[in-house]
Each structure stands twice: as C-alpha cells, then as structure tokens.
Design a protein around this ligand. Structure first.
Ligand code: HEC
Ligand code: HEC
Ligand code: HEC
Ligand code: HEC
Length: 405
C-alpha cells in the first residue's frame, strides 16, 4: 500500500526530531500533537516508538494476533489498523483488571505503560484486514420476513396473517410473542398435548419460532372469521372473574397470559374443556374451568370472540441498516471510526464482534455506553451486525508528520 512507503519516509524524517501524528482516514478534527491528555499518547507516537512496539508485538503478541495484527484465531481480534488511543486504553483496562480476559491480562501484566503506548501505536500503523466474505446471507435476514416465510405452512389452518377462518383453530394474531413461543415449545416438548401441532412444529427451530411469533404479533389484529354458538351477553356476566388475568375486554397485559379478545369461539370452548379434563395442564386454569359447565363455556366463548383484539406491545425490530446508522454515529461510516478513542469495526472478525456484543449484554465487558447500545439487540441482530461490519472495507490510520516537539 502507498501508506507503508509513506511511513518509511516519515520514519527517516523522524530521526530529525519530528513527531508522527495518527490521523483518522477522513481527516476529521484530531487532537493536536502533545495533547495534555494522557490517553492520546499513542496517537502521537514517533516512528521509533512504533519500531519498539513492533519488537514487543513480534515477541509477545503475534502468536495470537497474527504476524501483522491480522488474527487467524477465533475470538481473537485483528489489531491492525485499529485506532491507536483505543488500543492503549484497552491494554490499560486489561492491566487494571477492568476488562476481563485471562490471556490478555497475562500478556500485559509486566509491561510498562510506555510499552503499551508503543505496541498500540505499532498495531494502529499497520494495514487493516481485508473485508471477510463469510456468512454472507445472514446480513440480509429480516426476522419479520423470515417469520412470514416460516409461517407459510400455518396459514392453511390459522388463516392469512393468523386470522382464523376455521372453527376450532385459534387466531394467532393479537398475542404477545412470548406467549406464542411458549405455546409452541409446549407442543414440541409434549407438555401441551396435541399430536398434530407437535408434528407441525417438529422441524421448526427456536429461532424460527421467535420469528413466527414476531411476525404474527405485528399483523393487524382482527376477530376470527368464525361463528360462535352461545349467548355473548350471558357470557359477559359469567366472565367477570376472568378479566383480572386476561384483561378488561380480553386483552391481556402479561406475556404469560393469552389474550382472548376476538379468539375463535370453538377453540375457547375446547381449551376450557382441555383444562378441565386435564389434557392441557395449567393448575390455575384447571381449577377455574372445573367450575364451568359446557353451556356457560359457550357463552363465555361467544362473549370473548365478539371483542376486538388489540396489537401486543412489540416494537418492530430495526433492520440491520437502521442499526448500523445508530452504531456508525460513534464508530464512523461503515465502522471506520474517526475518533482515536473509539474502536473501528470495519473488517474486524465477525466471531469477535459477536462475542464482544454478548459480553457487553451480559456485563462481562463493562462499558455503560455499549451496555446500553447492546441491551435490546437479539441474537439474530448481533449476528447480522457482526457479519455486516466484518464485510466492510477498513481504512487505515494515516500517520503524518508534525513539526517536532
Ligand atoms: C494467548 C493469546 C494472546 C496473546 C499472547 C495476546 N493476546 Fe491480545 N487478545 C487475545 C484475545 C483472545 C483477545 C480478546 C479478549 C476479549 O474479548 O477481551 C485479545 C484482545 C486484545 C485487545 C483488545 C482489542 C479490541 O479490539 O478491543 C488488544 C488491544 C490486545 N489483545 C493486544 C495485545 C497485545 C498488545 C499483546 C502482546 C503484548 C497481546 N494482545 C497478546 C489473545 C491474546
Ligand atoms: C392442520 C391445521 C394446523 C396447522 C397447519 C397449524 N396449526 Fe397451529 N393449531 C391448530 C389447532 C387445531 C390448534 C389448537 C390445538 C389445541 O387445542 O391445543 C393450534 C394451536 C396453535 C397454537 C396455540 C395457540 C394458543 O392460543 O394457545 C399455536 C401457537 C400454533 N398453533 C402455531 C402454529 C404454527 C406456528 C403453525 C405453522 C408452523 C401451525 N400452528 C400450523 C391447527 C393447525
Ligand atoms: C389467575 C389468572 C387467570 C384467571 C383468573 C383466568 N385465567 Fe385463563 N389463563 C391464565 C393463564 C396463565 C393461561 C395460560 C395457561 C397455559 O399456558 O396453558 C390461561 C389460558 C386460558 C385459555 C387458553 C387460551 C389460549 O389461547 O390458549 C382460556 C380459553 C382461558 N384461559 C379462559 C379463561 C376464562 C374463561 C377465565 C375466567 C373463568 C379465566 N381464563 C381466568 C390465567 C388466568
Ligand atoms: C455513543 C457512542 C457509541 C455508539 C452509538 C455505539 N458504540 Fe460501540 N463502542 C463505543 C465505545 C466508546 C466503545 C469502547 C468501549 C470499551 O472500552 O469497552 C465501543 C466498543 C464497541 C465494540 C468493541 C470493539 C472491539 O474492538 O472490542 C463493538 C463490537 C461495538 N462497540 C459495536 C457497536 C454496535 C454494533 C453499535 C450499534 C448497535 C455500537 N457499538 C454503538 C461507543 C459507541
């Protein structure tokens, strides 16, 4: 690359008492040389510092991070072209025990802060990794679209968009996704006994269940297009004790309790009978249903089926592009950070980004900003973001000369 030649020339200039200043790719505002801020020392490293950093890196770091800071090890990050002040800050964090990683803590244990500055500057000066092309399809994955595709086989019974047209088959719209996932898991494990649903879900993975439930939760709620065989007015009176859990007007506020509004009436009757007879096990519902005779069940079912279902409180997940727009505010365009303290993400190993985002979520890696950013991310979103950034072209840190100290 052109830059390496440039660095070489600069190295010679340096011998005459100049300072090298690391600029970020697009030349955005940078702190000046000799900044009083200690955490910018790696930005202002000299070529001599960088050469010393290389010696240390070759001896102590390259076995894991690769000969030129390009890692071939799963879970071990590329360091080449990473922002200099960021690298220094992280090395300090390992040394102070603020960032946990036994191997890294051991690697920096006996190093002086000066050595950390130099090795950080060295890695920052290297050409970054080339973008990866692994796992290319994952980035295009939209959970709602994936859910729709996975639910295509369900529409025959549960209706388009989960609005049932078949008596005895439940609506799937208007339910909290957690409830739907729980119901699917219960069929699959056999805890909820229904051989047909068990077969239907046999080949459906956990991820697909989540996507399916999300897809239905985001559909416009509508009453089942089936007929009830009871007296809704009588049912309303009989259902007074049910609202405490199933909500006023049959719209539940809790993911553990299903909404009943707009549900197919025959299904509601079947469910109550199943609780009563014990084929569907739930202690609360069993004792409640035990007290209800079949005509009353039909009335209650007629009442609930007549009510308007409501959308559950679920946010439509952001697409990968929408997430990236948020992350890039700090991490730079396509993960090419312009702040020497903020890490670049472009062309970083996907498995490492994946691991680190989970570590922020679990609090294993401590950073208030990133904990907040990672908090709401699903596993699929993390996977997509990691894939996306690993595929971006990384821009090198450009070291330029500044008149000497
Ligand atoms: C035994 C293998 C091993 C050695 C030797 C090693 N590292 Fe690491 N390094 C890792 C692993 C694994 C991680 C990821 C740890 C984590 O998730 O916090 C890491 C993380 C880092 C990070 C954090 C990067 C980031 O993007 O946040 C820096 C900086 C780093 N190493 C620098 C060094 C330096 C400098 C040396 C030599 C002094 C060194 N490492 C030696 C395995 C190693
Ligand atoms: C052949 C018809 C049929 C097909 C196809 C079908 N289901 Fe069902 N489903 C039913 C019936 C009938 C019930 C009620 C079973 C019971 O009484 O527990 C049910 C119940 C459910 C429930 C429980 C709802 C609740 O309120 O407790 C969920 C969730 C569900 N199905 C999801 C699916 C998904 C997802 C698919 C596609 C992968 C699917 N079903 C395919 C007929 C079907
Ligand atoms: C103490 C809280 C509570 C009360 C009161 C209650 N339920 Fe439930 N109900 C639940 C829970 C929790 C479930 C989910 C159980 C399961 O997973 O099978 C449920 C499930 C149901 C279902 C199955 C719905 C479906 O989509 O699969 C029906 C029907 C039902 N209840 C009707 C009633 C009726 C009618 C009453 C009043 C007589 C009532 N419930 C009172 C908590 C309650
Ligand atoms: C408000 C600024 C900000 C935003 C927005 C932000 N980050 Fe960060 N990010 C940081 C900072 C600061 C660090 C370094 C934290 C540390 O020392 O652990 C970081 C660290 C990271 C790391 C670790 C990099 C490494 O080399 O170890 C990853 C991965 C990451 N962010 C991904 C993301 C993703 C994905 C998003 C969007 C969902 C995001 N960030 C949004 C500021 C931000």
């Amino acid at each position: 690359m052109k830059r390496s030649a440039q660095t070489l020339i600069l190295a010679l200039v340096l011998a005459t008492g100049m300072t090298i200043l690391a600029y970020s790719p697009n030349g955005a505002a940078q702190p000046v040389a000799n900044s009083p801020e200690d955490d910018l020392r790696a930005v202002n490293a000299s070529s001599l510092d960088i050469a010393e950093g290389k010696r240390l890196a070759d001896a102590s770091c390259s076995s894991c991070h690769g000969a030129k800071g390009i890692s071939n090890n799963k879970g071990t990050p590329h360091l080449a072209g990473q922002r200099p002040a960021y690298l220094h800050l992280e090395l300090r964090a390992y040394q102070a025990g603020a960032r946990g990683s036994p191997v890294m803590q051991a690697a920096v244990k006996f190093l002086s802060d000066d050595a950390l500055v130099k090795v950080a500057a060295y890695y920052a000066s290297l050409d970054p990794a080339t973008p990866s092309n692994t796992r290319p399809t994952a980035a295009k994955l939209d959970p709602v679209q994936a859910g729709k595709a996975a639910a295509s086989g369900c529409a025959g019974c549960h209706g388009e968009g989960g609005v049932s047209k078949t008596a005895g088959v439940p609506n799937l719209i208007g339910q909290d996704p957690k409830f739907l996932v729980g119901a699917m898991q219960a069929y699959k494990s056999g805890q909820r006994k229904n051989d047909m649903m068990k077969t239907m879900l046999a080949a459906v993975s956990e991820t697909e269940m989540g996507n399916i439930a999300l897809y239905y939760a985001l559909q416009k709620p509508a009453r089942a297009q089936t007929t009830a065989h009871g007296d809704a007015a009588a049912g309303k009176t009989a259902a007074t004790d049910c609202g405490g859990c199933h909500g006023d007007h049959g719209v539940s506020g809790s993911p553990a309790t299903p909404s009943l509004a707009g549900q197919d009436a025959d299904y509601l009757v079947d469910a109550l009978k199943a609780y009563k007879g014990g084929t569907r096990s739930d202690e609360t519902m069993k004792s409640l249903a035990a007290a209800i005779e079949e005509p009353a069940m039909k009335n209650i079912a007629a009442y609930y089926s007549s009510l308007q279902p409501q959308p559950p409180k679920v946010r439509k997940p952001l697409t990968t592009a929408e997430w990236v727009a948020r992350c890039d505010r700090c991490h730079g365009v396509n993960g090419n950070s312009t702040d020497p303290r903020f890490p670049a993400l472009a062309a970083q190993r996907a498995d490492y980004i994946d691991k680190v985002l989970h570590a922020y979520q679990k609090g294993e890696r401590k950073n208030t900003t990133m904990a907040a950013m990672a908090f709401g991310l699903t596993d699929a979103e993390i996977d997509n973001l990691a894939t996306y950034y690993a595929q971006q072209k990384a821009r090198a840190v450009v070291f330029i000369t500044q008149p000497g100290k």
